[in-house]
Design a protein around this ligand. Structure first.
Ligand code: F6R
Length: 606
């Protein structure tokens, strides 16, 4: 939530900042702004709305060249999206961009007002910049140390002082922040994609770190103000990975990248046909001792967790609980030392998920993280990591990250089942081979999407619809429904198919769309009966099932056929047409597919 960038070097800071902000717009797009160090002071230009509005504003300003500046793209927390609430916030001496929330800003504001400061915005960030200003007597480090010592809350900050026009001060507490290493130039950013055009070398700031960034180098200080070194990492994502590459939207590109992401994630973890997690501490003996697995995540990642639970329980017969991170962290969960907590997150920065991880660790329970972003906060805090290799996911709606999260959970479930003697070696190998070919299995779903486009055109004016399914199909109903509502703004609900007649069926009247998922042989007939119940009450039913399934007359208005595949792994195939349905619905409804309203990709506030 909110993206921040900083640049100091030999290029036009304005150009580099706009490039970086474009890559970070997925973190929020309520407003954008830049502050540029220039002769005579800091020049701030900011505006409500998308980055393009800022670009237009800058184009008519004819600003003097600057090679040092900071920028921001906002997801509003305090104060509505407006010009005045946009970042950077400034005093004549200091300018800042901020990602996070200052919890005690009300009390600080009163104190500053008593000292004569006035405020024009409703933001916590304006209070913060004035607090820093009030502590500033020519020594930036001292001012930041003193001011931040009075603050409660979370922040990633980039700060410019008028007196130090060639330096950016970057500070981090609980919100993500990295610095990028260039040649005669250096960078600050919330996330790696903002850097990729210029450098792949970066360092991650640790809790409480302050970095002093100049064109010549970067110095780090820890929370006690002591000079420290921070490891230099190299991103293995390339610049093209963060571009649309000819697709009209990142979401469509990322849906199409799923076969490659599956192969990249699964194949390095298969040895002699067997799943190999490559975590030395998670030996088969250790896996045998696990009592309960807790899968904790938010949103789509939590839906991957539901598939993981079903796989773990089906294959390994180990109890598995799925929790929404924001509930888990406050409900005093029952955890035992021989449990395992699995934290799932694409960004590795989701605030509730990180808090859930910390809670588990504070109870002495080992934590395995399934994360896409290398070096992210969750990756650094976990005991064990299984990275997903989806590459950068830019569209706000998660697609390829979800698919590879499921893959990693399948690998885990297979190894767990084998270690515990629930699966024979031959069967483990067979299922692992099936998982390995998942990329191939889903390719036809990407190639023949005409039927899905047609269905979207038939349902484009829908106000509300229902997804139903059982078992794995229920988990997919939840995800299919979330995708549809978040990007196309069609109201949608997902139900376990058998649950419908316990209340919801009263909403089924003439013409209401019901998307019935029936890919699981064990419960196929049950789901078909449930679909029929809605059909007889007037529903327009789209049935997703497999090629060979026999569909009785009068159950569905439209049937989408998938290839026959292992029931257990069917979610990997089924999700593709559901993602495409949401995508084409959103396109036809004229929605901003990659940046749906009110959302941000990386939810770094509670
Ligand atoms: C929905 C979506 C979100 C995220 C959720 C968790 O399409 O993307 O529901 O899945 O915000 O984000 P991560 O995985 O970054 O922790």
């Amino acid at each position: 939530m909110c993206g921040i960038v900083g640049y100091v070097g030999k290029r036009s800071a304005q150009d580099v900042l706009l490039d970086g902000l474009e890559k970070l717009e997925y973190r929020g797009y309520d407003s954008a702004g830049v502050a540029l160090a220039q002769e005579g002071g800091i020049r701030v230009v900011k505006s409500k709305g998308r980055l393009d509005v800022l670009r237009q504003k800058l184009a008519v300003q004819a600003l003097a060249e600057s090679s040092c500046g900071i920028g921001h793209t906002r997801w509003a927390t305090h104060g509505e999206p407006s010009d005045v609430n946009s970042h950077p916030h400034s005093t004549p001496r200091v300018s800042i961009v901020h990602n996070g929330i200052i919890e005690n800003y009300g009390a600080l504001k009163e104190r500053l007002a008593a000292r004569g400061y006035t405020f024009e915005s409703e933001t916590d960030t304006e209070v913060l910049v004035k607090l820093i200003d009030s502590c500033y007597h020519g020594e930036p480090l001292q001012a930041l140390h003193e001011a931040l010592g009075m603050v409660r809350g979370s922040y990633a900050l980039a700060v410019l002082f008028k007196d130090f026009p060639d330096t950016i001060f970057a500070v981090k507490k609980e919100s993500p922040l990295i610095v990028g290493w260039g040649e005669g130039e250096n960078f600050v950013a919330s996330d790696i994609p903002a850097l990729l055009k210029y450098t792949r070398d970066y360092s991650v700031l640790e809790e409480g770190d302050l970095a002093v960034v100049t064109a010549q180098g970067i110095r780090f200080y820890n929370a006690f103000g002591e000079p420290v070194e921070r490891q230099r990492l190299t991103a293995d994502w390339d610049q093209e990975a963060a571009e649309k590459g000819g697709y009209p939207h990142f979401m469509l590109k990322e849906i199409n990248e799923q076969p490659a992401a599956i192969t990249a994630t699964v194949s390095p973890r298969v040895e002699d046909g067997m799943p190999d997690l490559r975590i030395p501490e998670l030996t088969d003996e250790r896996l045998r001792s696990i009592r309960t697995v807790h899968l904790v995540a938010c949103g789509t990642a939590m839906h991957a967790g539901m598939v993981g639970k079903a796989a773990i329980e089906t294959l390994a017969r180990v109890p598995a609980e799925v929790d929404i991170a924001s509930e888990f962290r406050y409900r005093d969960p029952i955890l035992n030392k021989d449990d395992l907590v699995i934290i799932i997150s694409q960004s590795g920065e989701t605030s509730d998920t990180l808090a859930a991880l910390k809670l588990a660790k504070s109870r002495g329970v080992p934590v395995l993280a399934i994360v896409n972003v290398v070096g992210s906060s969750i990756a650094r805090a976990a005991d064990y990591i299984l990275y997903t290799y989806a590459g950068p996911e830019i569209a706000v709606a998660s697609t390829k990250a979800y698919v590879v999260q499921m893959c990693v959970l399948y690998l885990f479930a297979l190894r767990l089942a084998y270690a515990r003697g629930e699966l024979e070696k031959a069967e483990t190998k067979r299922l692992t081979a099936e998982l390995l070919r998942a990329g191939e299995v889903i390719k036809p779903r990407l190639d023949d999407c005409e039927q899905i486009k047609y269905l979207a055109s038939r349902f484009v004016n829908t106000q509300s619809c229902f997804f139903i399914g059982r078992g794995f199909d229920y988990a997919l109903s939840l995800e299919g429904s979330l995708k549809l509502k978040e990007i196309s703004y069609v109201h949608s609900d997902a139900y376990a198919a058998g649950e419908l007649k316990h209340g919801t069926i009263s909403l089924i009247t003439d013409g209401v769309p019901v998307i019935a998922l029936a890919t699981q042989k064990k419960v196929y007939e049950k789901t078909i009966s449930n679909a029929k119940e809605t059909k007889s009450r007037g529903a327009r039913v789209i049935l997703f099932t497999t090629k060979d399934a026999v569909v009785p007359e009068g159950v569905a208005d439209y049937i989408v056929r998938l290839d026959e595949y292992e029931d257990l792994l069917m979610p990997l195939q089924l999700i593709v047409p559901l993602q495409l349905f949401a995508y084409y619905m959103a396109v036809l409804r004229g929605c901003d597919v990659d940046k749906p309203r009110n959302l941000a990709k990386s939810v770094t506030v509670e």
